[in-house]
Design a protein around this ligand. Structure first.
Ligand code: OGA
Ligand code: NI
Length: 381
């Protein structure tokens, strides 16, 4: 074989290897991070200041120290779900609104989902990723619409640099079809989502006397609310972040926002999730058995910009495997995402264009996620 061809075939072989996922690489005992996973220096976790804008700057060398680096942690607002159902609801709704406006994130405790269900959930993920590769690989598919899909990185067909994550995705429509694949959880997640969404709609709702939109569009809105509660789309993702030999050079997930209304995330006790807050990356401290909940792009649009879909990313570490389970909830796929008509008035004009769900999904599968570009492009200036 000519040298050039030989090199090409080695490269191809490596590419195929990378498509199999990072658990594989970890199990091989690699000591150095392959080039495929090395981010350009300004995107690396400990020296970067991503302020959410398009242009990034190269942070000074001592930035990480000044910034508190990756050691900077954040106490997210905590929503007590039991209290939300009690006499203090109004107060909790205020905290909820504050969390959605100023953090885009909160943690939910006392949510009634048993510790057993939660540990089963993490357990089932751990066991799946503990299976021999041959077993896991049966679920590998290039088809983004496959109901069950095992894969790696963020968008492995498009990413230039891979991130240090493997995942298992399950579409949860129709729900009865997917139930055999899970411990009882999609319904538990769904129920919690519905209850939180009700609270969020209430927190967004203008007081009745100031309601801008009593009749004209009323029926459509009611129908949409109903759909959100009863139908809706749900995607569950189990994320696996194996120990990484050089965590400073890569990320478990690149900065992104989630597309739906709300994402409910369970994480094990290994920290890794970071959110952007006041132009800094801050680490979310895991609270045992709590859900981390975040506002997605659809809810930002629905709230006409009042609630924020915030960039987040995942750090890797050298010593411990990390598992998280995310449940992404939104409208039924055939719906159009638009600001809630109730909120629109002369004083508060519509700030985002109507967008069909399909366009969102198309965008997500068609390009490297460049931060919030798509959401930005929906804004009406
Ligand atoms: C996601 C996500 C964070 C995590 O799945 O969209 O942001 O901690 N996950 O795994
Ligand atoms: Ni996310």
């Amino acid at each position: 074989m000519a040298p050039a061809m030989a090199i090409q075939s080695i490269v191809d072989e490596q590419e195929t290897e990378y498509q199999k996922g990072v658990k594989q690489l970890y199990e091989k005992g690699i000591k150095k991070l392959p080039r495929k996973y090395i981010l350009p220096s300004h995107e690396r976790p400990n020296i970067t200041s991503n302020n959410g804008h398009q242009h990034q700057y190269q942070a000074p060398k001592d930035f990480a120290t000044k910034n508190g680096g990756i050691k900077q942690n954040i106490q997210l607002p905590v929503i007590d779900f039991a209290e939300l159902q009690g006499p203090n609801r109004a107060q909790v709704l205020k905290s909820l609104a504050n969390a959605c406006e100023n953090y885009g994130f909160f943690q939910v405790v006392n949510h009634n989902i048993g510790d057993g269900v939660i540990s089963d959930m993490i357990d089932v993920g751990t066991r799946f990723f503990g299976l021999p590769f041959e077993e896991r690989s049966k679920y590998m598919s290039a088809n983004m619409k496959a109901p069950v899909r095992y894969g790696t990185s963020f968008n492995q067909n498009k990413d230039n640099v891979f991130c240090w994550r493997d995942f298992l995705k399950l579409m949860c429509q129709p729900l009865p079809d997917v139930l055999p694949h899970w411990p009882s959880s999609p319904q538990d997640f769904r129920h919690l989502f519905v209850m939180l969404m009700e609270a969020i709609l209430e927190s967004l709702s203008p007081a009745p006397e100031t309601a801008a939109f009593p009749t004209a569009d009323g029926e459509v809105v009611d129908e949409m609310e109903k759909e959100l509660m009863e139908g809706g789309s749900q995607l569950m993702v189990v994320n696996c972040y194996p120990p990484c030999p050089e965590p400073d050079l890569t990320l478990g997930m690149p900065p992104h926002s989630d597309y739906g209304f709300l994402t409910l995330l369970l994480q094990d006790d290994v920290a890794g999730l970071q959110i952007q807050h006041n132009d800094k990356w801050v680490t979310v401290d895991p609270i045992p058995n709590a859900f981390v909940v975040n506002v997605g792009d659809h809810l930002e649009i629905f709230s006409n910009g009042r609630y924020k879909s915030v960039l987040h990313r995942v750090l890797t570490n050298q010593s411990r495997n990390r598992i998280s389970v995310a449940s992404l909830h939104s409208l039924p796929f055939e719906y159009t995402v638009r600001p809630w008509p109730k909120l629109i008035s002369e004083q508060n004009p519509q700030r985002y264009r109507d967008t069909d769900f399909a366009t969102f999904l198309q965008y997500i599968s068609s390009c490297e996620p460049k931060r919030k570009n798509f959401l930005e492009s929906r804004k009406i200036c």
